[in-house]
Design a protein around this ligand. Sequence first.
Ligand SMILES: *Cc1c(COP(=O)(O)O)cnc(C)c1O
Ligand SMILES: [Zn+2]
Length: 420
Amino acid sequence: MSYVKGLKCRECHRLYPTEALYVCEFCFGSLEVDYDYDRIKAAVSREKIEKGPKSIWRYRDLLPIDGAPTVGFHAGFTPLFRAENLGRELGMKELYLKDDSVCHPTLSFKDRVVAVALTKAKELGFSTVACASTGNLAGSVSAQAAWAGLNRFIFIPADLELGKVVGSLTYAPNLVAVEGNYDDVNRLCAEIAARYRWAFVNINIRPYYAEGSKTYGYEVMEQLGWKTPRHVVVPVASGSLLVKIWKAFNEFKKLGLVDEADSKIYAAQAEGCSPVVTAFREKSDILKPVKPKTIAKSLAIGNPADGPYALDAIKASGGRAECVTDPEIIEGIKILARTEGIFTETAGGVTVATAKKLIETGAIPKHESCVICVTGNGLKTQEAVSEHIGKPYQIKPTVESFEKTLRTEAKIKEDVWQTR
Ligand SMILES: *Cc1c(COP(=O)(O)O)cnc(C)c1O
Ligand SMILES: [Zn+2]
C-alpha cells in the first residue's frame, strides 16, 4: 500500500513516474516525492502510529516505499529528552535534545535516510548501491548494504577522520578515497552515476533517500506529546535534513496530527563552511559555493544541493541561520558532555554552540521551548577534541603514588579526601 502519486519537479511542478530519477528534464529542478494527502489523512491517526514499530517505520504511510520495509528495521526512534542541566547552564526553561548519536546501526541520523533509500533501491531492482559521503553516510550505507547483501561502492574525501574510515571499511564495502573535498567527490559521483546502473543513494535515489529525514521531525513531534517545539536548531550540510524537518512539521499539521506548525527553524553551520549563513545574512536567494575549511567535516559541503530550499524554510518559519568557529564547536562538544553526559561529533558541537549563541543574543527567548538536534556520535571524530580535553593522570600502581599525584596535580576539593 503506497500513497505516492509520483515524483514532482520542485520548480516547474512537472510530474514524473516513481523511478530512479532526480532532476527535471525541462528545467533541471530537483524532483520530490508527491503524496496523496487526502488518502493519507483517512488512513493515519496518532493511535495507529503509536501502535507501530519502534523505528522510522511507524511512519511508513508517509514514506515513499511500495511494499513492506526490507532494510533498516531498527533505525530511528531515538531518545528526545528534557536537557535540564544544559538548560540551566544556558538559562533555558524548556530545552530538549533529540539524540541521533545513538541511532541504529551506525550512530548517526544517516541510518534513517539509508533505511528508506536501500528499501527503495531494492524495490527498483538495483543490486549495487553507492554514495558520496562526508563520513556518516559512508558508514550507514556500508553497514546496511552489508546486511542487505547488496554490492556497495562508497566515495569519500581522502582526508576523512579515522573513525569514519574505519567505521565504513569494517563492513567490507568498496571504499574509494578521492583526492579532493566533498564537492569534488559529489561531482565525480554524478558522472559515475550516469554511467552504471547503480543506486547512488544521494544522487539518483535522492528524492526517496531525503524523505527518510522527515522521520526525525515526526519523532520530535510525537515525543513532545504531539506538539511542535517553538524553536529547532538544525545542522546543515546539503540542507536536506532542515528542509525535511520543516516538511514533517507541516505534513503533521495538514494531517491534523498536531495543532500548530509554527516552529522557527535555525540553520547551524561551521564558520569555515557557511554558505547558507552567508546567503541569509546578505538576504540573497543565490548561494555562493565555498571551499570548506573546518573540523566539522560531516557538514563540510561548500555547494549544498538543498541550500536554496533550506533558506526558503528558514525564512518561511521566521528562523535564521548562524555559524560558529572551530574553537566554539569544540566547546559545544565539551559543554554537552559535561552537562548531559553525551559525546557528540563535530556536527553536534555545531548545533550546541549555535544554540548557545542564539540564546545569548536573544534570538531564542529563554522561556520558549527549543530542540537542539544531535545527529552524530563523538567516538567517530575523536581527533576534533583529543588535544583539548587534558590527559589521564599517570601513576605507579600504589596508593602512595595515587595520592601524591592527585593531591599535587588535580585541584580537588578538600572534603573529597575525607577518609573512612
Ligand atoms: C549528513 C549530516 C548532517 C546534515 O545533513 P544534510 O541533510 O546533508 O544537511 C548533519 N549531521 C550529521 C552528523 C551528518 O552526518
Ligand atoms: Zn522542472
